[in-house]
Write a protein that binds this ligand. Structure first.
Ligand code: F6R
Length: 241
């Protein structure tokens, strides 16, 4: 694993964007695995800036996102489809037909998960997977305790996640109860993995995930077994390592 220490969030975003940008320049038809959440927003914004300056071309890039809420249409502002269009897809020249997320509106979980796994396979796998990490070490919606060998699957969201997301919805009844997510196995099949972490509140889990034992109780700890992982974090998030 390579660790890049950044001064602050902006520097972390620029370093992460640099790695993604290098990937696209070296292989213009790269398959990028993308994440939502607050951490990668600055990375996307930096990529958009470079695109607008003419330094980056997404015309041949394909993307597959990690996860999506089940039951939310893309028009819902809380859907990951909406997020990705807002922060990246609508601001660069990636082709809409080259962008993929699990279809939250497909009620048949088995069918949707098989379709998504097959899609990733048919694209030849993910060249570079961008990941954020939750405070409990979750990656995608893979919460602690799940088996490492799962592919794309439908998860029941934990009560704490529903509680945390409540503020974004009119009422807690509107918060989705399930989500589709790439599994740990799917994530581990990516050729290269880029993890972004920011803030003091992530310091403890960064230490556990990358320097503690590899256990299902800390899903991100499995990344220690991948042979091409880059961790980019700001001083605060890397303060304990
Ligand atoms: C996002 C995702 C999540 C986030 C994680 C960290 O697609 O799958 O695992 O990466 O919850 O979120 P932030 O970046 O908001 O701390």
């Amino acid at each position: 694993m390579r660790v890049y220490r950044a001064k602050d969030y902006k520097d972390m975003s620029r370093k992460a964007a640099n790695i993604i940008s290098a990937q696209i320049i070296l292989k213009p038809n790269s398959v990028l695995g993308l994440a939502t959440g607050s951490t990668p927003i600055g990375t996307y914004s930096q990529l958009v800036d470079w695109y607008k300056k003419g330094d980056l071309d997404f015309s041949e890039v394909t993307s597959v996102n990690l996860d999506e809420y089940k039951g939310l249409p893309g028009t819902n502002e809380q859907s990951y489809y909406y997020f990705m269009h807002q922060h990246l897809f609508d601001q660069v020249n990636i082709q809409e037909r080259h962008t993929h997320l699990p279809n939250g509106m497909e009620p048949d979980s088995k069918k949707e998960c098989e379709r998504y796994e097959e899609l990733i396979r048919s694209l030849g796998g993910v060249d570079l997977q961008l990941l954020g990490m939750g405070h409990n070490g979750h990656i995608g919606f893979n919460e602690p305790g799940q088996a490492f060998e799962t592919g794309t699957h439908c998860v029941d969201l934990q009560e704490s996640t529903i509680e945390a997301n409540k503020r974004f919805f009119a009422s807690s009844a509107d918060v989705p109860r399930q989500a589709y997510t790439m599994g740990i196995k799917t994530i581990m099949q990516a050729k290269k993995i880029l993890v972004v972490v920011s803030g003091e509140d992530k310091a403890e889990i960064v230490k556990k995930a990358f320097f503690g034992p590899v256990i299902p109780g800390v899903p991100a700890s499995i990344l220690q077994m991948h042979n091409d992982v880059i961790l980019v974090g700001d001083e605060a998030a890397l303060s304990l390592i």
